[in-house]
Design a protein around this ligand. Structure first.
Ligand code: IMP
Ligand code: MG
Length: 173
């Protein structure tokens, strides 16, 4: 059995850091009318809170990528649900839940760059820096955590625990 254990980032830490990220993004993109691209499924809670912490005009879209099965990296990344609009000439902010090996994000950045956005920034909630396999630049980072598998606040284990309002370490097994 695997279950959510020790809390790694609590609810108030999440909310206050996301508020700061919203201020930073709003400052940097004040006249750019950015499109925030949430990466499904993990980033949907973060996206919802982040955009409400932003004070500038913006639009949203989502892209679905699959990179993991049952908690282990497959090294394979594919788009399972594409954007609904063109990002050509737009100021894009990719909103991702976590950078672990970096494979997903580097694939995503390459794919989106090829569509010729005006600018492309990346905002991630959690950076697991110890696990990085490929170098990928991230513009905004919420939290840096050690190499623990986390669940909650969008993070899942086999589809479960996304609905927890905090981030916890997966324990057991
Ligand atoms: P990467 O390609 O190794 O950087 O992995 C990125 C993806 O793996 C994320 O978008 C998550 O969906 C998933 N992932 C990585 N670490 C965790 C974790 O600790 N909990 C849940 N999902 C994770
Ligand atoms: Mg993800």
């Amino acid at each position: 059995m695997a279950y959510p254990g020790r809390v790694i980032i609590n609810q108030s830490e999440l909310q206050s850091r996301i508020a700061e990220l919203g201020v930073d993004l709003s400052r940097d993109l004040s006249h750019d009318r950015p499109i925030l691209v949430g990466v499904l499924q993990g980033a949907f809670l973060f996206m919802a809170d982040l955009i409400r912490a932003m004070s500038v005009e913006l639009t949203t879209d989502f892209i679905g990528v699959a990179s993991y099965a049952g908690g282990k990296s497959s090294g394979q990344v594919r788009i399972v649900s594409d954007l609904s609009v063109s990002i050509e000439g737009r100021n894009v902010v990719v909103v991702e839940d976590i950078v672990d090996t970096g494979l997903t994000l580097s694939y995503l950045k390459r794919t989106l760059e090829a569509r010729h956005p005006r600018t492309l920034r990346v905002c991630v909630l959690v950076d697991k820096i110890e696990r990085r396999k490929v170098d990928v630049a991230v513009d905004y980072v919420g939290f840096t955590i050690p190499n623990v598998f986390v669940v909650g606040y969008g993070f899942d284990y086999e589809g479960l625990y996304r609905n927890l309002p905090y981030v916890a370490a997966l324990e057991g097994d």
